[in-house]
Design a protein around this ligand. Sequence first.
Ligand SMILES: Cc1cc2nc3c(=O)[nH]c(=O)nc-3n(C[C@H](O)[C@H](O)[C@H](O)COP(=O)(O)O)c2cc1C
Length: 408
Amino acid sequence: MSIWTDRHVTVVVSGGIASYKALTVIRLLMKQGAQVRVALTAHATEFITPLTFQTLTQQPVVTDEFTMTDPTHVVHVALADWTELMVLVPATANLIAKVAQGLADDVATTTILATTAPKYVIPAMNSHMLANPATVRNIAQLTADGLHVLQPATGMLAEGYRGQGRLPEPEAIVAWLTDQVIDAESDLPLHGKKVLVTAGGTREMIDPVRYISNRSSGKMGYAIALAARAMGAQVTLISTPTALKRPHGVEYIQVTTAAELLTQVTKAFVTTDILVMAAAVSDYRPVAPVDQKIKKQADDAHLTLQLTETTDILKALAAHKQQQFVIGFAAETQNLLANAEQKLAAKKVDLLVANDVSQPGVGFNGDTNQVTLLSPGATPVTTAVLSKAAIAQKVLETALTRGAAGKK
Ligand SMILES: Cc1cc2nc3c(=O)[nH]c(=O)nc-3n(C[C@H](O)[C@H](O)[C@H](O)COP(=O)(O)O)c2cc1C
């Protein structure tokens, strides 16, 4: 399930050089489950044919107000009433001016005027058209009227010079729309909650080029961050360097060592509602990392590294928790339940997610996981082997049933 699943989205395309990019926006929305209908201005059809949109959406495309194939309904009203969310992409200077005035002189503008659905406007035009006081005034009017406007990007324009006015890339448009939709959905289970997630394995430096770390890929933490965002939370992800793509819509802080992680988590913890400590934090670090690369010793086959304990971040924070609901992870290779129960009691966490990382398909690096969820006073629940996205969803849902949203 995504925030887009079965959402009725009407995309209004006006006539600009970026009209073709609306196709990718539509494809991305449909890929996430949206039902998309398209209305084109007459000038948009000069740039791209209705047939292309019709084939992509497998729906009739609205281009003409007065050709009524079905006498039982008026085209613009039917489409306006069906619409749950409207996107104007690309929005020409002309379309923006018309909408700012409340004009309804074709099927696109009439549908825009007739719908009560939230409207998202993605302008794209020549930089001088964008900077023209009339356009500036019209965009300000749209914002004042409650429409949401995405700033055009700056870069090379079709005219062959640089400036602001480019249509942002379709992926960035859909990411922006997704963020807007999530923040507007006040009934999402984590709406208004701040979720802090740590991810990845810390690196403890031995010398400038070597470190001690572990096999954590960060995938579980990233999946939790994404799931929390999709459930409406404001998410901060504190991550060690990983091979993963930074999740969109999430505040991202990069750290390397356990000490840096401690500093950042402690800072963010104060205003956090739910902390998810999915990072694999080194228990030990070299006592004294050296400034220069350690050279191979010709006369000695052994090298001794002296290690010292790092701060137990989970324990330290959980001991001072107030409103925070604290979720910890326990990676074990033996006696999963006994070790997890002991950790639950010792660290005073509200929910412990334990996994036996010696099992195939479980824990580090892979795309699947199987976990046992433990909370004080509750019977442990073991999930099936599921995708990390599904496990993330389950962890957060379980946290909610155990009081994560209402903890004061
Ligand atoms: C090749 C070409 C490219 C154009 N690109 C844009 C553009 O990117 N943005 C814009 O606002 N107008 C652009 N225009 C001008 C619009 O097509 C023109 O203002 C038209 O009236 C818009 O009609 P509509 O808003 O009903 O689609 C372009 C025109 C041409 C001929």
